[in-house]
Design a protein around this ligand. Sequence first.
Ligand code: NOJ
Length: 544
Amino acid sequence: MTHHTHNLLWWQSGVIYQIYPRSFQDSSGDGVGDLAGIIQRLDYLSDTLGIDALWLSPFYPSPMADFGYDVANYTDVDPLFGDLAAFDRLVEEAHRRNIRVIIDFVPNHTSDQHPWFLESRSSRDNPKRDWYVWKDPKPDGSLPTNWLSHFGGAAWEWDEKNSQYYLHSFLKEQPDLNWRNPEVKAAMFDALRFWLERGVDGFRIDVAHYIMKDPDYRDNPLNPNPVTAHFKPVNEYDKYLHVHDKGHPDVHAVFREWRALLDAYGRERPRYSVGEIHIFDWAEWCRYYGANLDELHMPFNFALLWAPWQAAAIRKVVDGLEAALPEGAWPNYVLGNHDEPRLASRYGREQARLAAMLLLTLRGTPTLYYGDELGMVNVPVPPEKEQDPYGIRVPGMGRDPARTPMQWDATPNAGFALPEVKDLWLPLSPEYKEVNVARQLTGPRSLLNLYRRLLAYRRATPALHWGSYRALDAGTADCFVFLRQAGEQRLLVALNFTAQEQKLRLPEFGSGEIVVSTTMAREGKVNLADFSLRGNEGMIIEVR
Ligand code: NOJ
């Protein structure tokens, strides 16, 4: 669908950058990143890179069973990361640089140490009993449902004290809230207001569709055809169709209210929501925009990330999304985050350059993951250093390798922490002396400089913001080629997904001018009737 408006909002025209606060910059000397550290690095985000918004993974008080995705207080900062004053300073300093601040909000579950759960658990007639999901065993004594935890095993934990099970879609330290209880919704919306009042620009909503489950608590059916991301093994969890343990249609009424809340604050300046929604059926996924575009501003689109890295498969994702999007709904793409193996490890360093060009030229909002702009790869974490509870419970699923400290320079601790700090929460990449910001800034063809070039070009180019998208056939199935057009401005993006040179033919376009090549070694005129891409090369070509 084509967009004709030039009046894009910040979250439509901008690029979002995800920071995992534990791993960006340590300022306190404990080997764990913190908010004051992020403030020190804001100039990197605004001037060196040139991004428009940052998304902070959770920084709330937490026992850290799931590194902050187990929240014990929704309206404070964990001392590990700083305090509310540091948060306010971060918002102020970010805004001063024209960077918006998106925070992670975790509505589906709390920590089992949250006072609400401690109360709920204390007795069957506690007023907060119904704030969580408590169930008796089935009449035959078995578990209330066959639902599984994402992190392995059953989603039900037996509580001896009051002889009932509670539901946990993730760790048993992360009990699910009962969003069908209006008091829960009210309490959570109060927490949203707390942060909106403090000036945040938006929310990334953790497992957004999980908050409404089947009210009759039916068993999930088996999945006749279990599939998952191409780079992940199918595991126990994938063996079921998750039709009853999340994504109940009642979720949409909640998001309509949520949106109304954001819109009320939006009268002052636009606020934003993006939901973490792993749904790969376009029609179902699109519902989260709302029938009248009155729910989430965007459901996160993980389809590109999960697809095999081949020209045809990637084109299919983009064409599929473009065809499915409701009128007026804004697309988005992501190729990395704190839950997935590093992009450069999935595709290799050469193709990581192509990935940068793809992500920054497609129609819609790109979200970048810290360190991907350097080509950081998965860092091997020895078993005795492993932190992620997922990896500890389900071997092979550990997310630590993609969460290691940011590589700023070649000094001890890579500039992430002072050189004398002894123990970082996760090990540094063994290659940090070669792969770091300082070094790449001096290399004219470094990946970081390619990102900077692409970001700057994107910023200055209307066709990349509100231009239309159309895939083209250029005579080779190994390249993905598309046209972005805004008014008179026409750009071709041509991406070679193989390591071999490929010949392309686009005679209808006459001649063009190469403005960016991923090699950073090619510019100038090109005859589009007959041209070639080097192995792993991508090009942006302005058509005359
Ligand atoms: C999705 C988050 O991205 C992930 O890191 C977390 O473990 C789960 N939700 C549970 O909150």
